[in-house]
Write a protein that binds this ligand. Sequence first.
Ligand SMILES: Nc1ncnc2c1ncn2[C@@H]1O[C@H](COP(=O)(O)OP(=O)(O)OP(=O)(O)O)[C@@H](O)[C@H]1O
Ligand SMILES: [Zn+2]
Length: 615
Amino acid sequence: MYYYELALLKSPLNNLTFQSEEKILLGKKVLIKLKQRKNLDEAVVIKEVEKPTFKCSDIVEITNEYFDEKMLQIASFVSQYYVCSLGEALSAYIPFDENINPIFNEEKFDSKIVLSEQQEKAKEFLKDKKQALLFADTGAGKTEVYIKIIEEHLNANKQAILLMPEISLTPQMQKRLEKVFGKSIAIWHSKITKKKKEEILKGLQEGSIRLIAGARSALFLPYSNLGVIVVDEEHDDSYKSDSKPRFHTKDLSIYMAKKFDIQLVLGSATVSSSSFYKIPFFRLDETYHQTKKHYSFEDSEANLSLKVINKISKTIESGNQVIVFLPTRANFKYQICTTCGKSVECPFCSVSMSLHKNDLALKCHYCGYTQQIPDSCPSCHNGVIKNLRVGTAQIEEELKEIFPNKIIKRFDRDQIKTNNQLKTILNEFNKGEIDILVGTQMLSKGHDYHNVRLAVVLGIDSILNMNSYKAREKALSLLIQISGRSGRKGEGEVIIQTKNEEFFNHYLNESNYKEFLETELEFRQELYPPFLKMAKVTFSHANGIKIKDEMDYFVKLLKENKNIEVVGFGQSPIFKMANKYRYEILVRSNNIKALLNTLHSIQSPNASIDMDTIY
Ligand SMILES: Nc1ncnc2c1ncn2[C@@H]1O[C@H](COP(=O)(O)OP(=O)(O)OP(=O)(O)O)[C@@H](O)[C@H]1O
Ligand SMILES: [Zn+2]
C-alpha cells in the first residue's frame, strides 16, 4: 500500500492523507470520497508519506490529468505568500492532459515589422536585462516591440504569453497578433466558450498553438516550454485577483520569470511606481506616428458643459470620432432626498442604489438587488429625490438628445456582456459607424483607433479624491491613458472636467510622468509599498456584534506583535455587503516573514486575507 498527502482542490482545508494500492506520480489529479459529502472531490497528489498511525481511506480514481513540477512550485509559493491552502492555489491552474500528445510543429514566423531605431534599442535592452520594463509613451508602439520579441521566442520553438488587464482589449490585439502568428495564437479569458477553451487546451498541448494572449487566467494554462511572458498595461490593478487565491498576476509573472529564467516584459505608458522602483526600465518616449495633442480644462459642474458640447460638435462635424469617459455606470450613482438628506441605500449593502432609467429600476452594484424607482424619499416619505454623480447611461441619453442624427453608443459592463457584443461594437467603432462612444474604464487603455480626435474626461476627481495612498497614481495614469486614445495619428484634443487643474496640468505631459513617480516614491518612503508590505484582513458575518468582537480580539493580538504595525482598523468602507457586516484591519511591515507568519496565524472562517492589498 502507498500513502499520499493530497491537496484538496478549491478547498480551504489543509492537506489530507489517503492510500492507494497503485503507485501514483506526484502532481496527479485523483478523485476521493470525503465523509458527509455526496459527490467525489478532486485532489492533487503532493507527496508520498510513511504509513500514518490513523486509518486512511482509499483514493477512488486516478485521472489522466496532472500538474507539473512548476505548477506545484508556484502554487506552493502562492499558498504561502497569498495565504491560502495549497488546494486553493492549485485551483487557479488547468492541468495537463495525458491523452494529448505533442505533435511536431516547427512553423517559423516572419512578422515583417520594421522597428524604429528607438524600438530596436528597447527590444535589445529588454532582451539583455531578461526581466525588464518598457516605459513607453501612449502610441509609442509597444505592441510592435512585443510582437518582435514573441516572434523570436516562437521561432526558437518556445511558447509565449501576452497578458492584458481587460477583456475589452483582446479583439484588437487578436487581430494584430493573428496577422503575424495566424492559427498559432489563441485568445483566453473568462468569456471564451467552454468548447473553444477545450480546443485551445488541445492545441496548446499538441503544439499547434504557441502563443496565448488574454486576461489573468492565461498565466495558468499547461505550458511545457515557456520562453516569454509579456504583461501589457502592467500598472493596471485588474491584475490583482479579487477572490481566493488573491494573487497579483504581474507580481506572480515576475516571480515565475525569475525562478524559471524566462524573459519577462512589463509594458506601460504609465508604469506603476512599484515596477519603476524594482525593475530596470527602458524609456521609449517618441510616438511612432506624428502626433500633436491639445489639452483644455473645464471646471463647470454641468454633466455636459457648453464648451464640451461645442468641441464634440466640431469634431463629429469634421468626420472624426469622440470618446467620452466617466468612471461611473448607470444614469446616476446617488439618490439623495432634498428634505431629509438621506440617500437611498440597498437594504442588504451599505451602498447607494444606482439609477437605471432604461430598466425603470434602482440597482445595487454589489449584490444585484433591484427595486422600483420610488416616487418620494423612502426615509421621510415626502422629500423629493435628487440624482447625483452622473453615469454613462445618462450622458449617452443627453448626447442623443443634443445630437439626434449621430450614432452614440455606450461601452460599459451593462452594455457589453458577451464576447460577441464586445467584438461587434469595437468593429463598428473601427469602421467609423459610431460617432461618439461613451464608456467607463473599459474604454480607457490600449485601444488604437486612428480616427479618434477628441477625448472628453468627466468625473476624474472622484478617483483623485478616493481614500487610498494610490489615489493620485490611479487618477493620473487613468487620465493619461484616456488622453492617449485621442490623436494617435495626427492631431488630438482632450478636455478634462476637474477642479484640480493644477495637479493634472503639470503631470499630464507624458514626459513628466517619471518626475511624478519620483515624487510619489518620496512620499511613500517608510510608509507605503513598495517600501514595505501591506495587507488587509476583512472580517465579515451576518451578526454585526459578534464580528466586531472578533476584529477587536485580533486588533489586540496584532498590536502585541512588535514586527508589524496596525495602520488602522474599523468598519470597512462598504460596511454591509449582501447582508454581512464587515470590519477590517490594515497592517504593514518591512519584515515580510513576520508579516506572513502573523497572517497565517489568523485562523478564522470569517476572516479573509488580502496580501499586497491595492485598496
Ligand atoms: N515599427 C512599426 N511599424 C509600423 N507601425 C507601427 C510601428 N510601431 C508602431 N506602429 C503603429 O503605431 C500605432 C501605435 O502603436 P501601439 O498601439 O503599439 O502603441 P502602444 O505603445 O501600445 O500605445 P498605448 O500605450 O496607447 O497602448 C499603431 O497603429 C501601430 O501599428
Ligand atoms: Zn446590495
